[in-house]
Design a protein around this ligand. Structure first.
Ligand code: ADP
Ligand code: MG
Length: 718
């Protein structure tokens, strides 16, 4: 009887028209179902009663006390007016205070009646007082016990008299309604059993009125699973539909250019990891399906070379290839490297960026349209509308997280045929997560660095060691090396940061007056930026003072020292990316993290991790644990066009994997859930196809519809 859940919330006892409007406007609750899914943001333990005499100290938790109101009085005038109630547990008195709805509360509570009050006491002039306590009549037959939900109550809701207690009452109304007993389970039974999930009805009850911490945990887990399961079901449906509709260009051969470069042009042996990844890419490209692959590899793991080989496969088969980078600096660097490689195997190559001159631009556009140009390197300029290819066979996108899904999709419309897509990133994102966030990308990982690298030695230092750090810089300079000095530039206090960058630049020039210093930040014009970069790349400038614009990809192997100022303001993963700019040559390299002198223990510990390891995956894990998923979540969220309610992609990786597996099994066994054109394709051999019955199919379609269809513009990726 699904209709019960779809009942308009205004019909619930205690709601009515006015509150219903506010509930919808404030928290999007329109019907019974919505309210059941309005979960507490935390729970409090109500099994214990406190004596007022037991309260000690300043920072107390919320407590509950049983007793009676002795008297009420109002104090103050106007906005400062408040109601004070004296509450006694029989041995001692505590104050209760209300700042709004004073008349209501003054007449609400009767003397001589046993109440239970609940709230967080604070100490004023040696008397404890609780502001806006939750108050209930004490029922000896049903004393408060177990856990209670605490709900987010907005200001407008509060004004309409909706409190945390109201939420509990309303939810109790729904749950004790006989019709609640017959609400249907929305997950297939087989899945509930296979993954030992708490059934829906019980999960609602335990979520709002948990009997124990254990049951609450199980309920939370169930709802996370449920949310991720439907998400996966939806993503997978679309990805199968896409692969059903889109034919990939089958590249039939590894040709002459590839072989020539491999045997004659390659300046070093490929690492095993690079070979493995290339095999995966080749398998995709010859399969007749469109490749859509995410290539993850730590900074310095040699992704550029993999991109070049992949491009050679396309070119050898008579197609063109494009490599798109997030910044002009990076595009130019790629171009310089690849130009040399291209020369050795007869590939025509050019560079297209925002600052390409119009004559050159025109020449490039023509070369791309005629097919004369085999390989184009560029920035966003590549996805501009007037760029057309004769036959683009492969689009490589470097540093994925700076491009949205939409931009990736635009690469597809550049040519008659849909190109294979290779997305490269140094951000280590767990596989299942990546597949979820980026829709339907298969994932390859380069899990090995080229040999002969000496790990960068990292120190954490504070302002009081400035001289020591300056001397380290001097030493590197004397040895003929180059040095980066990096400042944060974070949008919110851009002005301040720019000032500290400029001061840093000045100070650096004053201190190292015998050496040339260059200066780069994100707000510079591309021309100016390129000029400054060139000075450093050519070795003319020995020190570069920069913001994080150098974070991605810049490659100067003579740079052996990086000093990162205000290091405490960076996430570990970002520090790791930055640090990857040094240690690119054979010489011993160093990284100094300069923290604020008065940094807390937590910060010191966090930065200390950087000194201990150079493993990008370990670092990102530690970052996740200590800072919460901040950085990663930002990255993930930017890939995902909607918000999850209960589950958290960065933290619930395990549940996500299981939910994805479940969705995969269901789709494998229930093709009716997919659109007609969809083709079930998966390289996961680990399937246990699961057939849903008619009713379960209807429910699943319904859930996907209500949960996601409004918020995702799937046309972008399908
Ligand atoms: P990233 O994965 O960070 O993009 P790059 O592709 O820029 O890394 O490679 C980093 C450096 O390692 C480059 O100078 C590149 O020439 C070098 N390199 C790449 N592959 C190998 C290899 N197999 N052996 C030795 N050096 C390599
Ligand atoms: Mg790179």
């Amino acid at each position: 009887m699904p209709d019960f859940l779809l009942n308009d919330i205004k019909y619930l006892k205690g709601v009515g028209e006015a509150r219903a409007k506010t509930l919808f406007k404030e928290i999007g609750v329109a019907n019974f179902r919505d309210l059941l899914y309005y979960f507490p943001f935390r729970h409090v333990d109500r099994s214990r009663f406190y004596n007022i005499a037991e309260l000690h100290g300043e920072d107390l938790p919320a407590v509950q006390i049983k007793g009676r109101f002795l008297s009420f009085l109002t104090e103050g005038e106007g906005v400062r007016k408040r109601l004070k109630g004296l509450f006694s547990d029989g041995h001692k008195i505590i104050e209760t205070v209300w700042f709004s709805k004073i008349n209501f509360f003054a007449s609400q509570y009767k003397p001589g009646v046993d109440y239970v009050i609940f709230g967080k006491p604070s100490l004023y002039h040696n008397v404890y007082s609780i502001a806006h306590p939750e108050v209930e009549i004490y029922n000896p037959l049903k004393p408060p016990s177990g856990f209670r939900g605490v709900y987010t109550v907005t200001e407008s809701l509060r004004k309409k008299g909706v409190s945390v207690l109201t939420f509990r009452k309303l939810l109790e109304e729904i749950i004790k309604n006989p019709a609640f007993n017959s609400i249907p389970e929305i997950l297939p039974n087989a899945i509930i059993e296979r993954y030992r999930l708490m059934p829906l009805k019980e999960a609602f009850i335990q979520m709002h009125f948990p009997e124990s911490a254990d049951k609450l945990q199980k309920a939370i887990e169930r709802f996370k699973f449920e949310e991720l399961y439907f998400l996966e079901l939806n993503i997978l449906r679309f990805s199968f539909e896409r692969s059903g509709k889109i034919k990939g260009i089958p590249f039939s051969k590894i040709g002459q250019k590839f072989n020539h470069f491999y045997y004659n042009g390659l300046p070093f042996e490929l690492t095993d990891a690079q070979k493995k990844v290339l095999r995966e890419i080749w398998t995709d490209m010859k399969s007749g399906r469109q490749m859509n692959r995410l290539l993850q590899g730590d900074v310095g793991s040699g992704k550029t070379l993999v991109a070049f080989f992949s491009a050679l496969i396309a070119i050898d088969n008579g197609y063109q290839a494009a490599i798109m980078a997030p910044t002009e600096i990076l595009a130019r660097q790629h171009f310089e490297t690849l130009q040399e490689w291209s020369r050795t195997c007869g590939v025509t190559i050019d560079l297209l960026t925002g600052s390409s001159r119009s004559a050159q631009r025109k020449r490039i556009h023509e070369g791309l349209e005629s097919g004369e140009l085999n390989l184009i390197i560029g920035t966003h300029a590549l996805i501009e509308d007037n760029v057309k290819f004769k036959n683009l066979g492969l689009a490589v996108i470097d540093e994925q997280h700076r491009f949205g899904v939409a931009q990736r999709a635009r690469m597809w419309s550049k040519s008659e045929n849909i190109p294979h897509v290779l997305v490269m990133t140094a951000t280590p994102i767990p596989r299942t997560l990546a597949m979820t966030v980026y829709g339907d990308l298969e994932v390859s990982v380069i899990d090995q660095l080229p040999p002969g690298r000496t790990p960068v030695t990292t120190f954490v230092r504070f302002e009081n060691s400035r001289v020591e750090v300056d001397n380290l810089i001097f030493r590197q300079l004397k040895e003929g090396r180059q040095v980066y000095i990096v400042y944060p530039l974070i949008e919110e206090n851009e002005k301040l940061d720019l000032k500290s960058l400029e001061e840093g630049y000045q100070r650096t020039r004053d201190t190292f007056y015998d050496y040339k210093v260059c200066y780069v930040h994100g707000k510079m014009k591309p021309d100016e930026k390129a000029l400054q970069m060139d000075k450093f790349v050519s070795g003319e400038a020995r020190i570069m003072v920069a913001t994080t614009v150098i974070e991605v990809g810049v490659n100067v192997s003579n740079a052996t020292l990086m000093v990162i100022e205000n290091a405490e303001r960076f996430g570990l993963s970002q520090l790791h990316q930055l640090r990857g700019r040094v240690g690119r040559g054979a010489a011993k390299s160093y990284c100094v993290l300069m923290g604020k002198t008065n940094s807390g223990a937590e910060t010191k510990k966090r930065l200390g991790i950087m000194a201990e390891t150079t493993d990008g995956f370990l670092i990102s894990e530690a970052d996740l644990k200590m800072r919460g998923p901040g950085d990663l979540e930002g990255t993930l969220q930017s890939g995902l066009p909607f918000n999850l309610k209960v589950a958290n992609l960065a933290r619930d990786g395990q549940i996500l994997s299981r939910a994805r597996q479940a969705a995969m099994d269901v789709l494998a066994g229930t093709p009716e859930l997919m659109k007609k054109e969809a083709a079930f394709t998966t390289s996961d051999a680990n399937l246990h196809p699961l057939k849903l019955d008619t009713n379960e199919i209807r429910i699943a379609k319904n859930e996907i519809q209500t949960r996601f269809s409004k918020t995702i513009d799937w046309s972008l990726i399908s």
